[in-house]
Design a protein around this ligand. Sequence first.
Ligand code: ZN
Length: 227
Amino acid sequence: MFSHLVNLFFPKSCAGCHAFLLSNEEVICTKCRDEIPLTNHHKHKNNEVIQKFYGRIPLEFGATFFYFHKKGIVQQLIHQLKYKGQEEISSIIGNWYAFELKDIPELKQIDYIIPVPLHKKRLKKRGYNQVTGFGTALSKSLNIPFNEAVLYRKLYTETQTKKNLLGRIDVVDDVFEVNEPNNHIGKHFLLIDDVITTGSTLEACSRALLKIPEAKISILCMAMAHS
Ligand SMILES: [Zn+2]
């Protein structure tokens, strides 16, 4: 009753287009759900994610759910998720994607879902890792354990970072490290993140995981930058 009254006076708006949500809509309106550009990567073995990492990381499986365009719905969703405190977007995308992925045979071989670890400072500022909801939703639906403890991000020190020409810090290989690598020999890890752009962070995470003998890597992300 109370929430109905709240909605009446303070209607919730869509995280994608900011239109008011109808009572049967949750976070993302029906129009946005229909218009979001889907990649259908999971239906194609040699898809753009596999191609992106070709020669960099040997992937068992790779896919993203959406295409990310500048000023598009997906950019809005990711912006709300990362900078406007709308953490629930993460699990909504995860549940939606899990429904599409439930019959993918490669995913049945996976031992752990692993999020790209967030830098501690950023975690403190945001209050949550933006892919945790995505990962736990996938974990529940696909029945694969979600594990945030396998991979961790080392604290930056001068020797581990280098600034690029724009003065921004480039991710270098030894930023990520594995906890107790001997406990994970031969495991298949599904690395998850929000948006793939250059893929350098996922590559650095994969390299750390591939130091484990006979480890296998797959990648699943919410979206992929697309021009
Ligand atoms: Zn919308």
